[in-house]
Design a protein around this ligand. Structure first.
Ligand SMILES: NC(=O)c1ccc[n+]([C@@H]2O[C@H](COP(=O)([O-])OP(=O)(O)OC[C@H]3O[C@@H](n4cnc5c(N)ncnc54)[C@H](O)[C@@H]3O)[C@@H](O)[C@H]2O)c1
Length: 260
């Protein structure tokens, strides 16, 4: 393998790696030499994704429903049996929500929190012994600009992402002495299946987006983000270049959160 690979022989679990931002992270870390377990409920596309990218048998797949604690325990056991250690835990999987408080049920609210907030907590908790095994592990949370601002009609998602940003800080404080760094990447508008609304329309094609974000320049860079805009930031938090950074959230949003 080439010496240019900067994360050679590192080992990563990437939740939600079957598509979208997760798949872009899989591709980026693979290119840097990392061995990967894609942990996702979704089987579709995974074989094609692995076939497309993986020329060196570096990528494995473990089917897991992250809303279930026992399945998370099995995922971590799979990584332990395979590698015995772990360098990077990328808590990327999440589900969307489109309800305001009046029409949000407690059941649905809790379902979103179980995937978007409880699962990163449980994955981090059970992966700790594996992350500690080497010279220093990294946990990276995929959060959102919706974790620092409120978006109407998305209460459970926003609440979970806000909690995850502060969980990032707490874990950074708790785990620094164990040489585990914890950071978060907060995307803005990134084009994935998640950007397609329930009515089938891509958010970037709505009049609302065109008016508010493009015409009135609430999105200063005036373009919808792409998945590789995010995978580069995740790579940074895995790399030696971020070795003195912990507890931080890097907003990768084309400037949305810098204006008002
Ligand atoms: N796309 C955006 O504009 C955007 C913006 C801000 C933050 N994010 C965050 O980035 C991350 C990835 O988003 P995306 O746009 O790629 O979404 P996506 O829906 O395309 O991908 C999410 C992945 O998570 C998996 N997943 C969902 N529930 C699961 C479960 N219970 N168990 C296991 N896997 C499960 C899905 O199967 C899917 O492969 C999420 O945390 C999301 O909140 C996305």
């Amino acid at each position: 393998m080439s010496k240019d690979k900067r994360l050679l022989n590192k080992k990563a679990i990437i939740t939600g790696g079957a598509r979208g931002i997760g798949a872009a992270i899989v591709e980026r870390l693979y290119q840097e030499g990392t061995e990967i377990i894609i942990a996702d409920i979704r089987k579709e596309n995974v074989n094609n994704l692995i076939k497309k990218i993986d020329k060196n048998n570096q990528i494995d797949y473990f089917q897991v429903d992250l809303s279930k604690e026992e399945e998370i325990i099995n995922l971590i056991k799979f990584a332990k049996d395979k590698w015995g250690e772990l360098d990077f835990l990328i808590n990327n999987a999440a589900i969307e929500d489109e309800y305001t408080i009046e029409n949000q049920s407690l059941k649905n609210y809790k379902k979103t929190l179980s995937v978007n907030l409880d699962a990163p907590f449980l994955c981090s908790k059970y992966a700790l012994p594996l992350l500690e095994k080497n010279s220093g592990g990294r946990i990276i949370m995929m959060t959102s600009i919706q974790g620092i601002r409120g978006l109407k009609g998305n209460i459970s998602y926003n609440t979970a992402k806000g909690g995850l940003i502060n969980m990032t800080r707490v874990l950074a404080v708790e785990l620094a002495s164990r040489n585990i760094l914890v950071n978060s990447v907060a995307p803005g508008f990134i084009s994935t299946d998640m950007s397609v609304r329930k009515d089938g329309v891509h958010e970037g094609d709505t009049q609302w987006f065109k008016d508010v974000y493009l015409k009135y320049e609430k999105l200063p860079m005036k373009r919808y983000g792409q998945t590789d805009d995010i995978s580069g930031a995740v790579y940074f938090f895995c790399s030696e270049d971020s070795k003195y950074i912990t507890g931080q959230t890097l907003l990768v949003d084309g400037g949305v959160s810098s204006t008002f």
